[in-house]
Design a protein around this ligand. Structure first.
Ligand code: ZN
Length: 300
């Protein structure tokens, strides 16, 4: 079969930027020109977006510089690799998960370590903040080109400075027990534009250091701590497209019809959820009286 190789240079204006884009080698026998063009434009959008991410709401003094930003759902996160770099050198033991814990939101994942252990950046990026935050103790926040921030808390020592460029595996500090922490561990937070994502939706915390998918769509479920338990891993069904994300969100909801003798705690127990979750999901109070035949949304 004949194969044609073309080198084309293409000019695209996007979001006010004008850039020369190298279309590189286009193989017309394996992929259509319009498909190729779509890929180039998608890549260009991502590249432009990464420039935005690395400068927007860049503030070294605050923990969440996106307070005034309203995130819409579902949203997409893409990774250029299929693995992350482990933030610690020893085997990862998760001691507490993202989710509801002692009637409070635990917005990160706890990974066991020994004080003085190296703590490493999971991806290439730039240091956004190096501070002591209330509760988190000595903390380092790293922003990545896909918009994600990884936050390393309870450190005994911070090694990097604000605006430092790091690569995956760069030692950013030493593990510890500072802030509101019982026993040395790493409290790892993963956020995107100010929303705190259940890290286990994105990453497998095993020795393979796998990213669940290079394209992931995040729904409200995965940024809502009360829908998860810090003691048990949630059932993870990833979405790799917007349509899939919307479908999953519906699939994981269930309508329960209140029967005689039901109480919120009975319903919560039966559906392995919490009273708080049911109340928030249905905009009712813990003291609300349930009616027989009333429909409640319960999460699976
Ligand atoms: Zn924690």
């Amino acid at each position: 079969m004949k194969r044609f190789f073309f080198l084309i240079t293409f000019f695209v204006a996007f979001q006010g930027y004008s850039q020369i884009i190298d279309l590189s080698i286009v193989r017309l026998d394996s992929i259509s020109f319009s498909e190729r063009l779509d890929m180039i434009i998608t890549k260009h959008k991502k590249d432009s977006l990464s420039q935005v991410y690395m400068t927007e709401n860049w503030d070294a003094t605050t923990f969440n510089p996106y307070k005034d930003y309203r995130q819409t759902y579902p949203f997409e996160i893409s990774f250029s690799d299929s693995v992350y770099t482990s933030p610690i050198t020893r085997k990862k033991v998760v001691t507490s998960r993202y989710g509801w814990r002692n009637r409070r939101a635990h917005k990160g994942i706890d990974i066991d370590l020994v004080t003085g252990d190296d703590v490493m950046a999971m991806f290439d990026g730039k240091v956004r903040a190096v501070r002591t935050f209330q509760g988190l103790g000595k903390t380092v926040v790293v922003r990545h080109a896909n918009g994600l921030e990884t936050v390393y808390a309870h450190l005994s020592k911070q090694i990097v400075k604000v605006n430092d460029t790091v690569t995956k595996g760069t030692i950013i500090g030493k593990g510890g027990n500072t802030g509101n922490s019982r026993g040395s561990h790493l409290h790892l937070i993963v956020s995107y534009r100010g929303v705190y994502i259940n890290p286990e939706y994105l990453f497998e915390f095993t020795e393979e250091n796998k990213i669940r998918s290079q394209e992931l769509w995040v729904t409200r479920r995965w940024v809502t701590p009360y829908l998860h338990s810090s003691k048990k891993q949630s059932t993870i069904i990833i979405a790799t497209s917007e349509a899939e994300a919307l479908q999953n969100e519906e699939k994981q909801k269930k309508i329960y019809i209140v029967k005689k003798g039901d109480t919120l705690s009975k319903i919560a127990n039966r559906h392995h959820t919490s009273i708080t979750a049911i109340c928030k999901e249905n905009s009712i109070k813990k003291t609300s009286t349930l009616r027989i035949g009333q429909q409640l949304v319960v999460n699976k």
